[in-house]
Design a protein around this ligand. Structure first.
Ligand SMILES: [Fe+2]
Length: 411
């Protein structure tokens, strides 16, 4: 597979656009049309759909709205590949994305090339508000690159042949880094994104929050610690669980993280592999993270505690996605990288929150109900995408993302 580092920092917008569009193609290179068409469950999307939807985003919000004379590649695609934008009208039902065997993967690639050439031609003459939408489109596509990988993992996990998407080096034997709790900042702190740099609307405005005395773990919880939780009856002790979480474990038959297989294996993008006991535990729900923390005599960090803790770490370092290939959390677990970390904070608007104008204002604000914030980045997050103020969010039962947990305590 081609190696293409994702330019970060000072690379020009056009360079980053081209590199982002290319990385998506690289990620899809090992897939057959059949691989790319399967939808493993309604919340996950086929790989081909991700390639198409990210293209629809650019063709709709940049080319259609800001480039006079642009002719859409195919008028039928807007219905198929709009995700959830009510302002863009009717769309194909999400649970049926796996039924879209046509257009073929090659036709979707041809559409991508058509849109990429149109963006290239128009780029120099784009007005400022369209340039801002190109930036949003890049960040949107990076989010879908991560979803591409996690949805593909869910797809291959359904196949009894346990296919491998790509190779990974053999698991090495690491001793886990010893667990320590570090004192967090206290008093009034500022959180959220400052003006000037790209951030999603939900990260603003930057504002004050009050932090009480607390401490945060130096690394995320490991697979080895999770094994102890299981051995200690963690999944069969109702007093450890939120009521809703306990009902969920019973209803869904949950007894281990999502992709654990047998006593000491897990299913990964490189197929079935031995679990690395020193690596961060991954593919756990908010309910599981919360129960584990209670078992450990700790709690989840709040979003503001986590953000203050990470404020001085470089968000471009750590185990994150640089190129196409299999990805896996590794020891000891980076603050930015490996696994997204559940917080105990609901995904709610910050004081003074203003959704982006227009239909793209549907991006974040309308999901501020029933979801929890995750911070950091994962091994599947394109490098350069995240930052301390970043607010990932999922409902409490979701666990097909690379989700883990870092403990916190009152002190
Ligand atoms: Fe999207």
């Amino acid at each position: 597979m081609a190696t293409r580092l994702n330019p970060v920092g000072d690379a020009s917008l056009l360079d980053r656009l081209r590199a982002t569009r290319q990385l998506t193609l690289d990620l899809a290179a090992p897939l057959s049309d059949a691989d790319a068409t399967v939808q493993p469950f309604p919340d996950a999307s086929p790989a081909k759909w991700h390639l198409a939807h990210t293209t629809w985003f650019f063709e709709t919000f940049v080319l259609r709205d800001h480039v006079p004379g642009h002719r859409p590649f195919d008028d039928r695609f807007a219905y198929l590949f709009n995700s959830y934008y009510e302002g863009e009208g009717d769309r194909h039902p999400r649970p049926k994305r796996g039924m879209i065997s046509r257009p073929s993967l090659d036709e979707v690639r041809a559409w991508r090339a058509y849109v990429d050439e149109a963006l290239d031609r128009a780029f120099r003459d784009l007005p400022a508000d369209a340039t801002a939408l190109v930036e949003l489109g890049i960040n949107h596509e990076q989010q879908h690159q991560e979803l591409f990988l996690t949805d593909l993992l869910a797809t291959f996990a359904e196949n009894p042949m346990e296919p491998a998407y790509a190779d990974l080096p053999a698991v090495s034997c690491h001793a886990p880094e010893s667990l320590a709790f570090l004192g967090g900042r206290q008093g009034i702190v500022e959180v959220g994104a400052s003006e000037g740099e790209f951030a999603f609307d939900c990260e603003r405005p930057r504002h004050q929050q009050l932090l009480h005395p607390h401490a945060i773990a130096n690394r995320p919880v490991t697979n080895g610690e999770w094994r102890q939780f299981i051995a200690d009856g963690g999944y069969s002790t109702p007093t450890l669980w939120l009521s809703e979480g306990w009902d969920w474990t019973k209803r869904e038959g949950i007894t281990a993280p999502l992709y654990w297989r047998g006593e000491d294996n897990s299913f990964t993008l490189a197929g079935r592999r031995p679990l690395d006991w020193a690596a961060p535990v991954s593919h756990i729900s908010y309910y599981e993270a919360d129960a584990f923390a209670r078992w450990a005599g700790a709690r989840l960090p709040t979003e503001a505690e986590w953000e203050s803790f990470a404020a001085w770490s470089d968000p471009n370092l750590g185990n994150q996605l640089d190129e196409g290939g299999a990805v896996l959390p590794r020891p000891p677990g980076d603050i930015f990288g490996d696994v997204w970390e559940w917080t105990g904070s609901a995904f709610l608007p910050y004081p003074g929150f203003n959704p982006a104008p227009g239909t793209v204002g549907e991006y974040n604000g309308k999901f501020m109900c029933g979801q929890f914030v995750l911070k950091g980045a994962s091994c599947a997050t394109p490098r350069g995408h995240s930052r301390a103020s970043y607010r990932n969010f999922f409902p409490p039962h979701a666990r097909w993302q690379f989700t883990g947990v870092r403990l916190a305590k009152d002190s």
